[in-house]
Each structure stands twice: as C-alpha cells, then as structure tokens.
Design a protein. Structure first.
Length: 266
C-alpha cells in the first residue's frame, strides 16, 4: 500500500510503511512556483552541456578540477535541497542531524533507455547497515507512462547485496515488484537507498510524449562517515556552505566530517 503526504508531516503509519517497504510517495510536495523555476535550470543543465561536464569530472576524477557549475549552484536546485517540508519529513525518518550526500538533475526524452535493477546505497566506515541513507526522487512534471516508469521491489532493502547484484536481469519483471507510472506534478518519491529499483522504458507511445524532468538528492543519517560519490565532494560542500543553503537551520547538512576520502567504486 502507498501512503501519501498529508499536511506538514507524516503520520506513524507512514513511518512504519517506509521502514517496512522502503519507499514513500509524497504527491504535490513541490509547489508549482518552485517547479517552474527548476525546469529551466534543468534545461540549461542539459542543453548547455553542464551535465556532461559534471559526468566527465567523475569519469576522470580530480578533486582539484571540479566542473564549472554544479547543480546546487543553480538557485532553484539549491532551494530544493533544503525545501522545508522535505527536510521535516527526512528528519522524522532518520532524526537529526543528517547530512547531504549528492544531487543529480536530468531531463529524459522519448526513447530514453531503461536502467537495470540496482540500488544506490553507499557504504559507511562503521559498516553499519542500520544507518539510513535515503534518495529523494523529484518528478517535476509527474509521471504519465509516456517516458518510462519506475519499478520498485518493496522490502528488498532488508537484505544486503551488491549494487548491481541483479543488473543481469536488466529491467525484467520481478515477483513482488510494484510499478509507478502515474504521478501528479511535483511528486517526490522517498526511497531507502538500499531498495532495489529499475527505470523501465516506455512502450511505443500512442501520443506525443512529454519530457520527464527529474532531480534526485540523497541524504545520510549521521553516526559514521559515508563514502562520497563525487571526487570534488569537498568543493561541493564548501560551495553549499558559502551559498548558505542550510538557511541556518541545518548546521550539519554540509559538514565534511561525515565523509571518508573519495575512492572510485569497485
């Protein structure tokens, strides 16, 4: 069962559902005004090659040579990182303090490829699987089935496994999965980062598909040091602090002390 965001927070049943199933759907979490400022930033990120440069900076890592622009340096993306309703819900799920891990932004067009079954959980130096890492998947225009869907395997976060343990299955249907292909604009899907999920490509559309505007951000529970995925992670956190993205309310959100040194994934 999918439980929905109501009012200014989540109810105990939603916390229990998130703990058990590993996901929570929050329709309309992002107001229209914020979504309308985010979309042109995503367009710029893609059309001006900034996303490609960000990827290149990770493929050929050098902490002294970060990309010219990062997602969080765009005003609406920076605002999204600490959107107050989102922060409040994450705080309810993992407690205070918690730390920002990374941010991605993209625009998916017709014919976008699928992404095989995987999870996105990073290790921590305490090797403590109970420490929570969550991904906030923001669907600015919602989902309507024309540019693929998201398949989830509820409860799969309870069993430790390699990120790509099921990648050989590509995006094939799995027993017990749920498929999310209909979401209203501004919906955020919170998932435990250890939850198995796949992006399934859409069948041939019957009408003109709309681009899918997608932003995801991840956050980690404190209590150990987490492995960063950006080689320029110190620069990223320093820029977030310089831009005062925490608004003075979340002093640990961009703190370096919660991370190990960068090491490429095996």
């Amino acid at each position: 069962m999918t439980l929905f965001f109501e009012g200014n927070g989540i109810v105990p049943a939603q916390r229990e559902q998130f703990a058990e199933s590993g996901y929570l759907v929050l329709p309309g979490l992002l107001p229209e005004e914020l979504r309308e400022r985010l979309k042109p930033e995503v367009d710029r990120w893609v059309d001006e090659g900034l996303r490609a440069k960000s990827i290149a900076a990770c493929v050929n890592p050098s902490p002294d040579d970060p990309p010219p622009v990062m997602e969080l340096e765009q005003p609406a993306h920076g605002e999204l990182l600490t959107h107050e309703p989102l922060m409040r819900i994450i705080s309810e799920l993992m407690g205070d303090p918690f730390v920002f891990h990374h941010l991605h932004s993209d625009r998916h067009g017709p014919g976008v490829a699928g992404k095989p079954w995987h999870h996105d959980h990073e290790p921590n130096d305490a090797e403590n699987p109970k420490l929570l890492m969550v991904h906030a998947l923001h669907y600015l225009g919602g989902l309507d089935g024309t540019v693929g869907s998201l398949a989830l395997l509820p409860g799969s976060h309870h069993e430790p496994r390699d990120k790509a343990a099921l990648a050989h299955l590509d995006t094939s249907e799995l027993p017990g999965e749920i498929v999310i292909d209909k979401l209203p604009p501004g919906t955020t899907l919170l998932i435990n980062s250890a939850l198995l999920h796949a992006r399934r490509p859409a069948p041939s559309p019957s009408g003109p598909p709309r681009p899918r505007y997608f932003v995801d951000a991840s956050y980690c529970q404190t209590g150990a040091r987490w492995r960063p995925v950006k080689p320029y992670w110190r620069h990223m956190l320093a820029r977030a602090r310089a831009l005062e993205l925490d608004g003075g309310r979340w002093p640990e959100l961009f703190s370096e002390r919660h991370f190990t040194e960068y090491a490429p994934s095996a």
